[in-house]
Design a protein around this ligand. Structure first.
Ligand SMILES: Cc1cc2nc3c(=O)[nH]c(=O)nc-3n(C[C@H](O)[C@H](O)[C@H](O)COP(=O)(O)OP(=O)(O)OC[C@H]3O[C@@H](n4cnc5c(N)ncnc54)[C@H](O)[C@@H]3O)c2cc1C
Length: 441
């Protein structure tokens, strides 16, 4: 009998794990809840320009040498697909306090100061809430924006919630790249190659895994397909679903329950919240702005404090909200969320913009928090979480292998971290099951 592996989830991590396992001769069954690959990588083209509703930036690309193992692998894959990723040109930034323009330099200084205190605390081994180590905000409006950038807009949660230790472990090597058709499309193209490239690899879409029974001679995976239960069996299972999707109430369950240390790791790695609203206008906003011009707003009581104008040369503006405020927006219908984003942009540009919207379709709102197959944006580590990411990535009894962005210490919350975690999970399976693999090759 061939080595038989089930991979749960066809996002960046699951696709990479599945491909590496199939390449080495395993029979691989990928079970994916949605009717598409990519997971939290998804490019929407309904506004006429690719808009990444999930990941957009290829972080950490070592431009001099894409083959460097520390460089974001998606840039190398883009090259293999025939369209190079490119370094993001320098961005024009503006800071606004209401409609008054402030000094960007001051914002960067405060941002650097806060970030430095978080990273230094982490480098000293302190596993504390970031809010405990940053200087008190005072009344400076720039401090509000800097804190929003460092917390909700980067970590997808507030400074009170994430650990200094986790943040300090992130690699800052390399630069940000973009792919002209969108990061989601890049991962989708890779997924297509994976699906078509291996006889022994099969992806089942619209297969929602409900339960994993892992105490028998094989692992049994219970799946709901169109309201019916279907059972899959495997030697081992690679689980790449977002951490928030694993829960005993209405999520993916394990029988017997996972070991205590794995459950603790999962509790310490919840998902934060982050959403984007894309608004398409008839013309470009602002005079002579560069593409992807970025605005920050300190004024008003708005969840949207950051905007990209003229997305990749189009007339689309993107508004960003993160953390608790983004979670609250999940309770509102998309048209209300789009209106709030428009109002925040109006506050910033001091202009009524409703009449300037392009003819419909002119807006896109995607909230990953209400999506049952993500239930949030990406993982952060709670203060005191210690080595939660490593613990989660540790194989269990040669049967269960976790992968996904939450498992990658130096690049959590990214698509390349997810890819590397999938690669590592496949290596672990191949190591643990080498005898079965060799005997069948
Ligand atoms: C708004 C936003 C912006 C982001 N921006 C960036 C960025 O600019 N750069 C960057 O690198 N990263 C960014 N990220 C993070 C990046 O998108 C993710 O880290 C990465 O895509 C995660 O990949 P993954 O394989 O770990 O998980 P996923 O992509 O979530 O894949 C998991 C898969 O499991 C499936 N699944 C879930 N439950 C089940 C079930 N019960 N049964 C079967 N299948 C199931 C899901 O449908 C999904 O396809 C962003 C994320 C968000 C939400």
């Amino acid at each position: 009998m061939a080595l038989n592996i089930v991979v749960i989830g066809a996002g960046a991590a699951g696709l990479k794990a599945a491909r590496d396992l199939a390449r080495k001769g395993a029979t691989v069954t990928v079970l994916e809840a949605r009717n598409r690959v990519g997971g939290r990588a998804w490019t929407d083209t309904s506004l006429g320009t690719p808009v990444d509703l999930g990941c957009r930036w290829l972080h950490g690309v070592i431009s001099k040498d894409l083959t460097n193992p520390r460089s974001n692998p998606w840039a190398r894959i883009a090259r293999q697909l025939g369209t190079e990723a490119y370094e993001e040109p320098e961005i024009e930034n503006h800071l606004f306090h209401g409609t008054t323009e402030g000094e960007m330099e001051m914002l960067w200084n405060v941002y650097d100061e806060l970030e430095r205190s978080i990273v230094e605390a982490g480098e000293q081994g302190q596993d504390r809430a970031a809010s405990e180590v940053v200087p008190l905000p005072g009344a400076r409006p720039v401090a509000l924006v800097a804190r929003t950038m460092l917390g909700p807009l980067e970590e997808s949660t507030e400074l009170d919630n994430f650990s200094t230790l986790d943040k300090a472990r992130v690699s800052d090597e390399g630069s940000n790249f973009l792919w002209s058709k969108g990061y989601g499309e890049l991962i989708k193209s890779y997924g297509k190659r994976v699906c078509e490239g291996y006889d022994k690899l099969k992806i089942h879409f619209s297969h929602v895994v409900k339960r994993i029974l892992w105490d028998g001679p094989t692992v049994r995976v219970k799946v709901e397909v169109e309201g019916k239960d279907v059972l899959f069996e495997a030697d081992a299972v690679v689980v790449t679903v977002p951490t928030a999707c694993i829960n005993d109430e209405d999520g993916l369950k394990f029988e017997p329950p996972l070991p205590t240390q794995t459950r603790t790791a999962l509790t310490n790695l919840p998902l934060g919240h982050y959403l984007k609203v894309a608004l398409k206008f008839k013309d470009k906003l602002m005079e002579q702005p560069r593409n992807n011009c970025t605005l920050y707003q300190s004024g008003g009581d708005t969840p949207f404090r950051k905007f990209t104008l003229n997305l990749d040369g189009s007339t689309i503006a993107v508004a960003y909200a993160g953390g608790q405020r983004a979670a609250e927006l999940a309770m509102h219908p998309p048209e209300d969320v789009a209106r709030l984003a428009l109002e925040a942009l109006e506050l910033t540009l001091g202009d009524k913009l409703g009449d300037k919207l392009a003819d419909p379709p002119n807006q896109l709102v995607y909230n990953w928090t209400t999506d049952p197959f993500s239930r949030g944006a990406y993982s952060y580590m709670r203060p005191g979480g210690g080595d939660a990411r490593k613990v989660l990535a540790t194989p269990i009894d040669g049967r269960l292998y976790f992968a996904g962005e939450a498992c990658w210490v130096t690049a959590y919350g990214t698509a390349h971290g997810a890819y590397w975690s999938g690669k590592q999970a496949a290596l672990n399976v191949l190591r643990d099951w080498s005898s079965k693999l060799t005997s069948t090759q």
